[in-house]
Write a protein that binds this ligand. Structure first.
Ligand code: IPE
Ligand code: IPE
Ligand code: MG
Length: 255
């Protein structure tokens, strides 16, 4: 592998690829990680928080502007009430515990998804941390919680339909630009790359609209084992891709 020696802090020297704005991660494989060890599923979520903390630190140090982590999907409500409550408690605990760390590292917390349907203690800590970190100038950490790409699109359609109904907008004025501004993810640039861990190669209702041209990197590593070395492997994959956005490859010698 082409990357770099470890520095004094025992972390790899690696800078964010040029023009790279937004990394999004589907943190999958917690349950299987625990099962492989003969432990209950929630152990995997517990260790997943540790992997997430490392990921945030690495992205912050590498100078990546936006990091989205998919923490809980609109479909994850189908899980047992015990598992859901463990995930919610872990989110609350992590936000409380790493409050200082986020601020010290100038990390701004954002949320993508519906907080209203969460237990008030979880909702409150998300709101509190968004408020407390809103002026931070470093990494923007977007937690996708109770988020689903389909729901996001439906919400935008509803806003737009109301505008048309009230006569504030005409159907002819709907285009990609005017529509996408009503998507909650329009607050962030589209993800340049989506990493999915846990060897599963599906999008699972994540960023349906803005992933239109994201590079997809599937890692065989289960999320609790996903470390900085694996992150660099993914970013190296990205640097080797040619993003064409539908255009033909440039011919040799042409401009
Ligand atoms: C991802 O790990 C975490 C969440 C969906 C919250 P999983 O819990 O889906 O783990 P696997 O895919 O069952 O191994
Ligand atoms: C996707 O993982 C959602 C999160 C990582 C939060 P899932 O484990 O829920 O996805 P499926 O069910 O395997 O598609
Ligand atoms: Mg899963």
């Amino acid at each position: 592998m082409s990357f770099q020696k470890k520095n004094k802090k025992n972390s790899y020297e690696f800078n964010c690829p040029k023009d790279f704005q937004h990394l999004a991660v589907i943190m999958d494989g917690n349950g299987r990680w625990a099962k492989n060890k003969g432990w209950p599923r929630y152990f995997g979520h517990f260790r997943g928080v540790k992997a997430l903390r490392q990921m945030v630190k690495s992205c912050s140090r590498m100078g990546i502007p936006y990091l989205t982590v998919f923490a809980f999907s609109t479909e994850n409500w189908k899980r047992s009430s015990i598992e859901i409550s463990v995930i919610m408690k872990l989110m609350r605990r992590a936000l409380t515990r790493y409050k200082e760390e986020l601020n010290r590292n100038q990390i701004r917390l954002r949320v993508l998804g519906n907080l209203e349907e969460l237990n008030s203690s979880v909702r409150d800590i998300f709101n509190e941390m968004m408020e407390q970190t809103k002026n931070n100038q470093g990494l923007q950490l977007i937690v996708a919680v109770n988020y689903g790409g389909k729901r996001e699109i439906i919400e935008a359609v509803k806003i737009l339909s109301k505008k048309i109904e009230k006569g504030d907008m005409k159907i002819e004025d709907i285009n990609e630009g005017s529509f996408s501004q009503y998507l909650s993810s329009s607050a962030f640039p589209p993800p340049d790359m989506i990493i999915r861990t846990g060897a599963v190669s599906r999008i699972s209702n994540f960023y349906l609209w803005s992933a239109a041209y994201s590079e997809i990197y599937v890692s065989p590593v289960l999320w609790p084992d996903f470390n900085e070395e694996e992150l660099i492997r993914a970013l190296e994959f990205y640097t080797g891709t040619h993003r064409r956005f539908g255009a033909a490859p440039e011919e040799e010698g042409s401009k």
